[in-house]
Design a protein around this ligand. Sequence first.
Ligand SMILES: [Zn+2]
Length: 420
Amino acid sequence: MSESSATIATVVKAVREDRLWQRHMEMASIGATGRGGVNRQALTPEDAEARLRLLAWAAMRGFSTSVDAIGNVFMHRAGKDSTASPVVAGSHLDTQPTGGNFDGVYGVLAAFEVLEAVADVGIVTNNPLEAVVWTNEEGARFQPTTMGSAVFASALPLETALATTDAAGISVAHALAETMQRLAIPQRRAFRFPMAAYLEAHIEQGPILEATHHTIGIVSGIQGLRWFRVEVTGEEAHAGTTPRRIRKDAFVAAICMVTALQGLMYDTADTVRFTVGRFEVTPNSPNTVPGRVLFTIDLRHPSAEVLSRLGDQVDAVCHAQAHGCSVVVTETLYSPPVEFDPAIRDLLKQAATRQALVHMDIVSGATHDAKYMADLCPSGMLFVPCRGGVSHNEAESATPSDLAAGTRVLAEVMLALASR
Ligand SMILES: [Zn+2]
């Protein structure tokens, strides 16, 4: 280790809660909705403005900046060994249309604060340190979510991402070109450039840490996800003249399917996440027996085994409840669970323990950019509490001290990783 634990402690102490909070409030003013939240969707002028603000802060500190072909922005503080891969941390600056002031922004500003604290102390780490802003994590304007990190990791072809359009027909290629022009970053970065490690700090977006009085969540992994589309076809008929026994009521069949699925997915531990979020009845007329129903299933679980066991039964359960209708079950998305690097989780745990912060292991219910980084290099995440578990909501809230606590843990782990 070239960095003594005393040096690391000095950097941890140099993390400034007031500066970190101030930066959050400045970011919250960009795309502010006037109701306490922000609308800063990916590759909009507001998104560009937030990135420009960050670039201005980076320039003031002398951090060099680079950008890749999908608009992911990297801020770099040089290390002693110019051949060593950087230790990278970050998240995203884009938000939902009625987003909060902490989702994503926190991970970017925490990483940036670590770079600043290191600069304030004036040490040079062995490996370079970098803060990253991933493009379009939210997937609100352009689908899919985590677009920038997926393209970076070759999980999504660049051409596919660029051809994606928003509701107004504007392509990612067009919106990205405008953003890139405003950012005017000359240095280009290759996709999949080697990283020594990747870390991401994030608000929990769930109620567990707050309810159990934990300041730090050491994220063990990101739960897996399976999506299904179920199309039930019956027969439209007159509501007044058609006896029950000859009806092929697609709605009744679909209700029975959902009820049976609800039973299948029930677990006493309350770990299975099962949601029917869309339910379309056709022709949706008060006096016609419904001839067609389309509904969706969103199924999530941290265990790949449970996810396949439950998901693989969806088709059979739906067919068993068809009540004379025909049913087609299509799996539309599969995202396997991610387990974060045990050594990184250990470092996070050690740092939280050394800093006397109450911490616990936690599974991420939402997806994050770290998911794709986990395929490329040792990766990990930490969570801090948010009030009431509320997120993707203008009322999203976190305390300055929790945000700073997470940043101090991040600082200790980034420095440990950059000192080997
Ligand atoms: Zn996020």
